[in-house]
Design a protein around this ligand. Structure first.
Ligand SMILES: [Zn+2]
Length: 84
């Protein structure tokens, strides 16, 4: 069977700073996670900050404050708020 590389965009509002961030993830990984898979098994290539984002929505900046970590992510993108 041919493996498809479809992607799905996760959209999360950070519980702390309320900024909205997105991250594109492989659809099959996301489905496995939503079906109850462990985040570290469904996203083995992702760093701990990206996994935390998937789990809780905390953005990189807030994770630095909360967990005293210093991860970077090219995958997590901040959504600039559009002023109405
Ligand atoms: Zn935040």
């Amino acid at each position: 069977m041919e493996k498809k590389s479809m992607e799905q965009t996760i959209i999360q509002e950070c519980p702390m700073c309320k900024k909205v961030h997105t991250m594109d993830v492989p659809l099959d990984s996301l489905l496995a996670y939503e079906l109850g898979g462990l985040v570290q098994e469904c996203f083995p290539d992702y760093n701990p900050a990206e996994r935390e984002f998937i789990n809780t929505g905390y953005c990189i900046e807030c994770q630095k404050k909360i967990f005293q970590t210093n991860y970077k992510s090219d995958r997590i993108q901040e959504v600039k708020e559009v002023q109405a």
